[in-house]
Design a protein around this ligand. Structure first.
Ligand code: NAD
Ligand code: ZN
Ligand code: ZN
Length: 346
């Protein structure tokens, strides 16, 4: 079968011919219908050797939807033919966190050598993907695959990040979303669907601000020298209650610190490598709280799928055949994707 693989550190991913995996034990073999491209894939591809615990070669793709093609002898569910999305942050499977469906915060994460499907383990940018346990699969019914796949990371991570700051987002609150790409456009929709907050979007691209408005943002602002002032003005001078930063460079962290209201929440999701100084006394607002949400929990994935099936979420997806993965990656790198690029195997 065809698979998009990271063959070695420092190389671009390659379309390879590999053996179709055979399910053993409790494995479930999934025929892939769609696999999303995440900016984290770009960070992985660009990593220097040793920076991540993964050992190439492996197949990329951590946002995956499809249907069950075959079961290992000890796998009982889901049934062959069932349409599913993969819960991707596979943990050790035996610690208390994994038992509770919180593999994203597995206690043995440091020892595993992977962070999930397509992140050190063979992923879904292929015709088939092997899933080590049925508990990693969530049914999607008739949800289109190009919708379901991005929901498993872009949607789930955004939902989990919003959940962490939800207590700050009551009536008359304001949330700022920085970076309206694959994750950000779903964060805007999740904020609108699950909180009463006013949503302000920030990006460096006009097209991304247009996507933010289509996603339900009340206003959009280009990232510029005066952005903090513009956003403060939009909150009547008080500042925002929560910032969801899907970029995470030093400029966006500085913006977040500038616009947060006392008691404000910063959820740092983007892996932009920026730094901020925490000092007391200092410049951060009193009561400032920072979280570093990683992906999300299995129950949250079921919630995201239910939200989408109710019509509250729509992924803006650009579809590419699997063989066009290099072009799709190139467009993602150059900021030319609107929403999410999704690979559709033949
Ligand atoms: P994306 O490329 O689809 O979107 C990024 C958006 O940010 C684009 O619209 C881009 O124009 C905008 N942007 C870039 N630089 C900016 C700046 N300086 N100011 C404002 N906007 C800027 O990326 P994505 O797939 O949505 O991923 C976003 C980030 O989240 C990446 O760093 C990714 O690695 C990270 N991520 C983290 C998790 C997690 O669990 N914490 C999960 C998935 C992705
Ligand atoms: Zn991702
Ligand atoms: Zn675990």
């Amino acid at each position: 079968m065809k698979a998009v693989r990271l063959t070695a550190w420092g190389r671009e991913p390659a379309l390879c011919e590999v053996e179709r995996p055979v399910p053993h034990g409790a494995d479930v073999l999934v025929r892939v219908e769609a696999a999303g491209l995440c900016h984290s894939d770009v960070h992985v591809i660009d990593s220097s050797p040793g920076a991540l615990p993964y050992r190439p070669p492996f197949t990329l793709g951590h946002e995956v939807a499809g249907h069950v093609a075959a079961l290992g002898p000890h796998a009982e569910s889901p049934a062959v033919g069932e349409r599913v999305v993969l819960y991707g942050p596979w943990g050790c499977g035996s610690c208390a966190r994994c038992a509770a469906g919180r593999d994203n915060y597995c206690d043995r994460r440091e020892d595993l050598g992977w962070h999930g499907v397509g992140l050190g383990r063979d992923g879904g940018m292929a015709e088939y993907v092997l899933v080590p346990a049925g508990r990693h699969l969530v049914p999607i019914g008739d949800l289109p695959a190009d919708q379901a796949a991005p929901l498993s990371d872009a949607g789930l991570t955004s939902h989990h990040a919003v959940a962490g700051v939800r207590h700050a987002l009551g009536d008359d609150s304001t949330a700022a979303v920085i970076g309206v790409g694959g994750l950000g456009h779903l964060a805007v929709q999740i904020l609108r669907a699950t909180t009463p907050s006013r949503v302000l979007a920030v990006d460096i691209r006009e097209e991304a601000l247009a996507l933010a408005r289509r996603s339900g943002a009340h206003a959009g602002t280009l990232m510029r020298a005066d952005t903090a002032r513009v956003l403060r003005t939009r909150t009547g001078g008080v500042g925002v209650d929560a910032v969801l930063d899907f970029v995470g460079n030093s400029a966006t962290l500085e913006l977040a610190a500038d616009i947060l209201r006392p008691g404000g929440e910063l959820a740092l999701v983007g892996s932009g490598g920026g730094q901020m100084t925490v000092r007391k006394p200092g410049f951060l607002p009193p009561g400032f709280r920072l979280s570093l949400p990683f992906w999300g929990t299995r129950p949250e994935l079921a919630e995201v799928i239910a939200l989408a099936r109710s019509g509250a979420l729509h992924v803006e997806a650009e579809r590419f055949p699997l063989s066009a993965a290099p072009e799709a990656f190139d467009r993602l790198r150059r900021g030319r994707v609107s929403g999410r690029a999704v690979l559709i195997p033949g």
